[in-house]
Design a protein around this ligand. Structure first.
Ligand code: IVH
Length: 674
């Protein structure tokens, strides 16, 4: 290695700066000022220097090519949770949002709002430390996401360094990663040619590309970013969304294609109309418009509901629609044997996506809509919702003798009898060993919200089942790497990955585990309710349904199904086998109740002045204990936590008779309560 001089350092520094600028001109502004050849030449020169002197700056464009594949994604906790948005489905509902805002603020004056398109992609958080991109994470469950830093760096529009505005100590910038519709189509075409499964829509394609353990694949996928939000920040302060967006632009971040600031809801609705009008010309898929209260102080006063801010709403565009023909009606058999009629459609483009099938849900629905094979129908696709048939449009042109389709008498997969339970709309295959049901149960067991075994999707389950390796989800734990290596879809690495994923999944929570079992009617929510009420799974063994209905919100039908499941000796045997194979179940949901962490349930706290710990962390402590941390003092405030140099909030709290406590007192309350 040659010794580096200051001159070379300077040269490298300048090359990095220039190349990053040109990257910005090309990928963010879409207006390059040099040719591709000139760019490539400088890039090669930089790379040579970096290799010769082993000197690579953190924001060097050479860091964008991807790194060696990861085994798994690490988890990253978001300093401030990444929440979702409330929806408005009509202009009137947007007005109602404005009314709620003003009622809450007790203001009859017009509020200033910003409005932007709602990008249908994947929410990301980019953390910059001292101006350098440090970490990037997916939204995950809102509290914890996955570390996709190397993948995000491959997106050319993502600044590796904050330029032009000074470097804040730390800032979390939020935005949407998305794929352009054209790029999505090209990618699908290529995948079809290669015999790989195609993505259902641009959002899935973007998500699939970001959640790649091999970042060199992400690098090929031409992803984009639109930044629209801020999380935690130190060393920089913004007064409003508008000011923040202006800062983002100056700092060379890509921002939404349209961002407007307006006073009063009427003007906002005009912009929504404008965005709706332009939507068809966007290169990306927008599923709505996001309206935000502009002033950050007002945002803080408005605060949050459980999962959504009160200061923003998403107006959802009406669904995309198209007409097409039903070629055939086929039957799909689900996990519990339910037979669902599915319309096989003449492929049609709806809102930039090809649609060739649509669930018809059940036979009552078919009769209600009077749907028959050969009919021309209106099909609708709303955002992430799976396409569905809205209505038939040319009944009079039907050929004679075309009848309403009937449910099959025998299961189309295993030939067992088909039955309809009293009071249910669904027909079910009663064959317990029906391959369609068995495979669906295995797939469900391994799915993301259940045991989360990455690599056990539909295709692999089908393969493992057909090879006789996995006939029940218990068999998953008997799989050996050698067995996998014999199969066409597996190589050394993918086989090892699956074995590792299976091993990792063995430690799980009771809520997930209960959901995985596929007990009829027990979805994620019911599973959580059970986990909150039963510390151990054994507590459910031989359970009577009356005891389960004692749980608030647990209906009779669910309770009966749960009771039936836990009174069946075969199921209890399965549970014991799973335990014996190393499945370990913990129950954080139950423990958190027992230790009384919901100490502050229903109480509102406001913090003022400087505390010994960052304010966000203190707010988190309050929220973890079930309390609500608000930015402004009002009659509803229960406690004011007072730090040093407390200001007007202290005066206001005193005048309203709000209880005032110190930081130490707050900690003591939490300690004593837990
Ligand atoms: S602001 C507190 N602005 O929509 C949440 N979100 O349904 C503030 N999204 O998770 C989000 N475009 O992934 C915001 N211009 C935009 C957006 C946007 C797309 C997504 C985002 C969020 C989801 C909520």
């Amino acid at each position: 290695m040659e010794k580096i001089t200051d001159n070379i350092k300077q040269e490298i520094g300048k090359l990095v700066k220039d190349l990053n600028y040109h990257c910005y001109r090309y990928y963010v502004l879409d207006s390059p000022v040099i040719s591709d050849e000139e760019y490539d030449k400088s890039y090669r020169h930089l790379k040579e220097l970096e290799e010769k002197y082993h000197y690579v700056l953190p924001d060097s464009p050479t860091q964008r090519v991807g790194a060696s594949p990861l085994d798994k994604f690490e988890k990253i906790k978001h300093t401030e949770p990444m929440l979702s948005l409330d929806n408005a489905f009509s202009h009137d509902e947007v007005r109602e949002f404005d009314e709620r805002v003003r009622r809450f603020l007790k203001s009859d004056r017009d509020v200033e709002y910003t409005v932007e398109p709602k990008y249908d992609g994947l929410a990301m958080e980019l953390t910059y430390r001292n101006g350098i991109l440090y970490k990037a994470s997916t939204r995950g469950d809102g509290y914890e996401g996955e570390d996709v830093t190397v993948n995000i760096k491959t997106i050319k529009a993502v600044p590796l360094k904050i330029e032009e505005v000074g470097a804040p100590e730390e800032i979390d910038i939020r935005g949407e990663v998305y794929m352009d519709i054209k790029e999505f189509e090209a990618l699908n075409k290529e995948r079809e040619k290669e015999g790989e499964p195609v993505f259902a829509n641009p959002r899935n394609a973007a998500a699939g590309s970001i959640r790649q353990l091999d970042s060199s694949i992400t690098a090929k996928r031409k992803l984009h970013l639109a930044c629209y939000g801020i999380g935690a920040a130190r060393g920089v302060n913004f007064k409003s969304q508008w000011e923040f967006i202006a800062w983002l632009k100056k700092a060379r971040f890509p921002v939404p294609a349209i961002v407007k600031l307006k006073k009063g809801i009427d003007e906002i609705i005009d912009v929504i109309r404008e965005i709706e009008e332009k939507r068809k010309d966007f290169s990306f898929e927008a599923d709505g418009a996001v309206i935000k209260v502009n002033d950050f102080e007002l945002q803080r006063s408005l605060g949050f509901k459980t999962r959504e801010p009160r200061w923003a709403t998403a107006y959802k565009f009406p669904a995309h629609k198209a007409t097409t023909k039903i070629k055939n009606i086929i039957f799909s058999v689900g996990r519990t044997g339910t037979i669902t009629p599915v319309a096989d459609l003449e492929t049609v483009r709806i809102g930039g996506v090809n649609v060739s099938s649509s669930s018809l849900h059940n036979w009552d629905e078919i009769a209600r809509k009077d749907i028959r094979i050969g009919d021309t129908v209106v099909v609708e696709r709303a955002g992430d919702v799976i396409p569905h048939v809205v209505n038939v449009i040319n009944k009079e042109k039907r050929g004679k003798g075309v009848e309403l389709p009937k449910p099959p008498k025998k299961c189309p997969v295993c030939g067992s009898a088909v039955e309809r339970e009293e009071g249910e709309v669904a027909y079910r295959c009663i064959g317990l060993n029906c391959p369609a049901q068995v495979q669906e149960r295995i797939r469900h067991y391994a799915s993301r919200a259940a045991m989360d075994i990455e690599g056990l999707g539909e295709k692999n389950v089908e393969l493992l089942y057909s090879q006789g390796l996995v006939k029940h989800f218990v068999d998953i734990y008997k799989l050996k790497k050698e067995d996998l290596l014999e199969l066409p879809r597996f190589a050394e690495k993918s086989a090892q990955n699956l074995i590792d994923a299976i091993e990792k999944s063995k430690r799980t929570s009771l809520a997930r585990f209960l959901y995985s079992l596929g007990i009829i009617h027990v979805g994620e929510y019911a599973a959580k309710l059970l986990a909150r009420n039963f510390e151990h799974i054994e507590g459910l063994y031989h359970m009577k349904s009356e005891r389960i209905t004692e749980i608030k919100q647990m209906g009779e039908k669910i309770a009966e199904s749960i009771s039936r499941f836990f009174n069946d000796p075969e199921n209890l045997h399965t549970l014991k086998t799973l335990r014996a194979m190393g499945v370990e179940i913990t129950n954080p949901d139950f423990e958190s109740r027992k230790t009384g962490k919901r100490l502050f349930e229903g109480l509102t706290f406001v913090i003022t002045g400087t505390l010994p710990q960052p304010r966000q962390e203190v707010e988190e402590l309050i929220e973890k204990a079930g309390g609500h941390a608000s930015g402004a003092v009002s009659k509803k405030t229960d406690y004011l936590v007072m730090g040093e140099e407390a200001g007007s909030k202290f005066q206001k709290a005193r005048s309203l008779g709000v209880r005032i406590i110190s930081y130490e007192e707050l900690l003591k309350m939490i300690e004593d309560g837990s």
